[in-house]
Design a protein. Structure first.
Length: 336
């Protein structure tokens, strides 16, 4: 489409203190940019956006901030106290300095408006998925036997095994679920630093027969795993999470928690009631949601159909990529 994309890589300098290492690496990246001389810069996290702001000041290059996460919340859950404090401050500064902010959901758009950013500088371009790759398919029986879920009621969660995903809450819900659905199998797909602790929790609760950690799989293999599932779970209220769209595109009913933060949620504007099941963010809330969908097949099937329809019509990558490209073009024209 006449566009060329290059990555401006920041290589941390080899010094003991990581923040000094990253800062020196950012300054050295200026020399690489001087050779690239891009027309537009896009930054999608707090720290690399500081480099984008500096380049804008030095070279006059327009800067787009791609607001895709609740950055400070992620760092808070991961116990990164210094980065959390920095991100908390930058979240209120960086969007104001950008020429355009691309918000992936209504919560981030509203957050930017509260910062006083002019509406014409904010463009909503949601996340989405490839609904041709992620689509309902028959269960792969050989994969089901390999994963030990043949003839089981399968609940699947795909994500990072870290504190941000609060997977302990879902695991603590399982004893209540198996009291009514004894054939339940929870599949946890992914990897992360909390794996050992979560495995210990499963052993402590004696849930080894009902919870399986199957490790990471390639993106191309994930549709096969999703299509083994009866129900899927996103344990964080993140309407921008790609896996939420992938679950829905595979025609699966999805459980999400109520609530959120000032920058994160599962908006009813994007996902009306009937597309997802919202539950209290507690072990009991998740358990009740799983039991309801596993025992009410017609309701689960209808929710899956509504989910697929919503994603395939409103969140297809082809449509969203054109909207993203239009935002880039508008920024280039308005700042030239």
């Amino acid at each position: 489409m006449g566009q060329e994309v290059e990555e401006l890589e920041i290589k941390p300098w080899r010094v003991a203190w990581p923040y000094l290492s990253y800062s020196i690496g950012s300054l050295l990246a200026l020399f690489k940019f001087r050779e690239m001389r891009a027309d537009i810069l896009i930054a999608d996290n707090m720290e690399c956006s500081l480099l984008a702001v500096l380049i804008k000041r030095l070279f006059g290059t327009p800067f787009i901030f791609d607001f895709i996460d609740d950055y400070s919340k992620i760092m808070e859950y991961d116990g990164q106290n210094t980065r959390y404090k920095l991100a908390k401050r930058l979240e209120r500064i960086v969007p104001k300095l950008a020429d355009t902010v691309i918000a992936v959901d209504p919560e981030k758009e509203a957050f930017c408006r509260r910062l006083g950013i002019a509406p014409e500088k904010i463009v909503m371009v949601p996340n989405g998925c490839d609904s041709d790759m992620f689509k309902p398919q028959k269960k792969d029986l050989s994969l089901g036997k390999e994963l030990g879920v043949h003839a089981k009621k399968v609940v699947t969660l795909v994500g990072k095994l870290n504190g941000y995903y609060e997977l302990d809450m879902v695991i603590k819900a399982i004893p209540q679920v198996i009291s009514q659905v004894p054939e339940l199998k929870l599949l946890l797909v992914g990897e992360g630093k909390d794996l050992v602790g979560l495995q210990k929790l499963v052993r402590d609760l004696r849930l080894e027969d009902h919870v399986s950690f199957i490790g990471p799989y390639s993106h191309e293999e994930i549709p096969r795993i999703i299509n083994l599932s009866d129900v899927c779970i996103l344990p964080i209220p993140a309407g921008s999470a790609l896996v939420l769209y992938e679950f829905m595109a595979c025609e699966k009913p999805v459980i999400v928690p109520k609530g959120g933060t000032e920058k994160m949620g599962v908006s009813k504007e994007f996902f009306p009631d009937g597309c997802v099941l919202r539950v209290d963010k507690t072990p009991s809330g998740f358990a009740e949601g799983m039991i309801y969908l596993l025992e009410n097949r017609d309701a689960a099937l209808q929710m899956g159909l509504e989910a697929r329809k919503r994603v395939s019509t409103s969140f297809a990558w082809d449509t969203l990529s054109r909207a993203y490209l239009n935002a880039l073009r508008a920024t280039a024209q308005n700042t030239s």
